[in-house]
Write a new protein. Sequence first.
Length: 266
Amino acid sequence: MTKLPVFSFTRGVAPVLVTIPHAGTALMPEMAGRMTPTGAALPDTDWYMERLYAAAADLGIGMLRANYSRYVIDLNRGADDATLYPGRPKTGLVPELTFDGEPIYRVGEMPDEAEIEARRDLYWQPYHDAVAEELARLKARWGWAILWDGHSIRNEIPRLFEGRLPDLNFGTDEGRSCNASLIAPIIQSANRQTHYTYILNGRFKGGYTTRHYGQPSNGLHAIQLEKAKSIYLDHQDAPWPMGRIKSRTVVEMVGNFLEIAKNWRP
């Protein structure tokens, strides 16, 4: 049994749902003792996402946030662990390595197939059942629903990508996960943010969540936003302190994006 709920959920009244799959830091019972010091530090966590999306509540937008670490199970990967980016290192449904390629588990302590299956049942399935249920509710109420998948990542991770990422990385599965008229004004808003660089469908085009739930022909639209950690952290190393002034600007910007999504009509 899990000690914490798999996720925290605040229901909204707008036709938008914010999902935050990688901000959790809870671990399975006795899991920490099996991990390396690097793994136990949870360096690939999407720190402070719920604080950066604080405007959602004021806009009447619901939020579903995972409570458990992506090292327990990555909720933005399919249950079959299919490759999302062919030719790139695979981070995995149940990761064994950090983004930098460091072992997460001590030698001989990695989960076997039976444990991975149990994690799917305990953590992955309830989370995605909740996402699907809420999107269905919003669509029934409005006739459409928008899923906004919130993430953050270091600007530079040589093992996963070359060079330096832009500050804002929007993904719509090459335009397949949402209507063009929805993403266009959001990109226009990003273009007005002169302090930040941005890209649409660059290195990150959207993970499982965006690709699976984004079905524009069925009234379901999905957008992923990977924010560079440098735009809101004072530095990107432990203990990952949040920059007070930097983060305030990001909160306002994200709120603008969400307001555009809320006010969009098919």
